[in-house]
Structure formats: C-alpha cells, structure tokens
Design a binder for this molecule. Structure first.
Ligand code: NAP
Length: 258
C-alpha cells in the first residue's frame, strides 16, 4: 500500500532502540525525513546509519526529551514536523506505598507533560498546513492497569485524557492524534524487566521469559517492526479518518470482548 507520506518530515522521540526505533524504520521505508532523538550518542548514531542505509534523510538530536533543553533542541532541529511520534523511557516498577511524590513528578514529566509540550509546540503549524499526524507511544497499562507499574498507569492515562478533546478540535484540519498502546514487545525494556525479575526471584531468565509469554494468547512477544508498521499506517495519508483512538497491540492479552 502506498502510504502517501514520502517527503514529509517526522520527529520520532526516543528512537535509538526499541519501539521508537521500529517507528523510525517504518517511516524511513516510506520516504519520510527523520529527526530522531535519544540520550546516548552511540546507539543513536548506529540507528541513524541504518536509517540512512534505507535511503532516509536523518538528523540526530542527542538529549533527554523529558527536559526543557532536550525538547528545545529537538524542536530547533525540526520546528515544523508533519509527523510527531512521542516517546520516552517508561517509569520504574515499584509499589504504590513506597513511591515518593518526586517519583510521581518524574513519571508525569516524562510520560505526560513531555508529549503535551511537544504537541503544543507543533500542532498549530500542522493545523495551518492542513496535515498532521501525532502518535503517542503509551502502554497497554492505559486499558488495564499493570499492578507493578502504577507510575506508568497514572501518567499515561493522564496523557490520554489530555489529548482526547484536542484530537476532536484539530480533526477538521486533517490533523490526527492517536495513542499506540504496546503490550509486551521484544525490546531492551522488557528484557531488563525479566532480568530484574530473575534476580529477585532466583529463577533463570529463560524461565521468567517462558512464564511471561505463557500468558500472551499469541504465545510470543511483539516485534518492534510490527509496532512501527502500525505507527507508519497511522501517520499515513490513508489514516486521516482515524483519530482520538487508543490502539492496543498486545497479542490478544487484554481479556475484554471490546
Ligand atoms: P527501550 O527498548 O528501552 O528503548 C528506549 C529508547 O528510548 C532508547 O532509544 C532510549 O535511548 C530512549 N530514551 C529513553 N529515555 C529517553 C529520554 N529521556 N530522552 C530521550 N530518549 C530516551 O524501550 P521500549 O521498549 O522501546 O519502550 C518505549 C516506551 O514504551 C517506554 O515508555 C516503555 O515504558 C513503553 N512500553 C514498552 C513496552 C514493551 O513491551 N517494550 C510495553 C509497554 C510500554 P537512551 O537510553 O540512549 O536515551
């Protein structure tokens, strides 16, 4: 399918690895010009090299997107993106009783206020130009809370609520805002969670992995390229009538009928 976005410009946040990288790869294959960010230079430049090998025009911005300086650098490199994919690292697991208010502030800053600030800075230009696609990478925890990830459950639900009315306000200008909700995907983040679980329970990494996958109806983890393909479709010319949606990619894990 021709997605009709060749030559458009996209900011993809937190894109040197994992899901952000999957989105950048898929957009590069559609001929989108990319501005990608991450804190670590090495993986960022390695991903940029892979994207350029696909023929993409890529600018890298090294920095922490959850800080004002990091966002300013990203927006200076690309003040008028046609496509914005928001993403950042997720908050740490833990227990509600032991989280401090500062833990909550960090989670809200990273996973709610950061995407809101980037959307605020870019959505007006999208409206003026009559084209815009915003995809927020959130989490399956927005649909069904994950007990150990209360910081994520809260901050991401806040973002979802915050953009829901805005999506309706800008829809008439061919600007869409959707949230992509990953369940378990095969990235460093999930491997890190498994390693911590193995260390704390004394089980092997393989055992922890097998146990986690057992509960996924698809009996496997999702792949970042599958996630990226869905993101690219949502960013496409073809997806202009899809907005204000929360699209769950979890291999069937969510137990509800709808
Ligand atoms: P990942 O494999 O660990 O990759 C994270 C990427 O984000 C890396 O490129 C990392 O590079 C970059 N990054 C992290 N914090 C950043 C920051 N503050 N500023 C700029 N770049 C930053 O993680 P992932 O699995 O792709 O997860 C992406 C998001 O989806 C996270 O919020 C995660 O919680 C959420 N999620 C993931 C899953 C899953 O199964 N994978 C499920 C539900 C939700 P640097 O470290 O160099 O900055």
């Amino acid at each position: 399918m021709e997605l009709g976005i060749a030559g458009k410009t996209a900011i993809v946040c937190a894109a040197s690895k994992g899901l952000g990288r999957g989105c950048a790869m898929a957009l590069a294959k559609e001929g989108v010009k990319l501005v990608i960010s991450a804190r670590g230079a090495e993986a960022l430049e390695a991903t940029a090299a892979e994207l350029r090998a696909l023929g993409a025009d890529v600018t890298t911005v090294q920095g922490d997107v959850t800080t004002e300086e990091g966002r300013a650098a990203l927006l200076a490199a690309c003040p008028n993106p046609d496509i914005l994919v928001t993403n950042a690292g997720g908050p740490p697991p833990g227990d509600f009783a032991s989280f401090t208010l500062d833990d909550w502030r960090r989670a809200v800053e990273a996973n709610m206020l950061t995407p809101i600030a980037l959307i605020q800075a870019t959505v007006r230009g999208m409206v003026e130009r009559g084209f815009g696609r915003i995809v927020n990478i959130t989490s399956a925890s927005v649909r069904a809370p994950i007990p150990s990830l209360e910081l994520s459950n809260g901050a991401r639900a806040g973002l979802t609520g915050a953009v829901s009315a805005l999506a309706r306000k800008v829809a008439a200008h061919n600007v869409t805002i959707n949230n992509l909700l990953p369940g378990p995907f095969d990235t460093d983040r999930i491997r890190g969670n498994w390693t911590r679980a193995a260390e704390t329970t004394g089980r092997s990494l393989e055992e922890v992995g097998r146990e986690s996958i057992k509960h996924i109806p698809a009996k496997r983890l999702g792949r970042p390229d599958e996630f990226g393909a869905t993101c690219a479709f949502l960013c496409s010319d073809k997806a202009g009538f899809i907005t204000a949606q929360n699209i769950l990619m979890d291999g069937g894990g969510y137990p509800g009928t709808m």
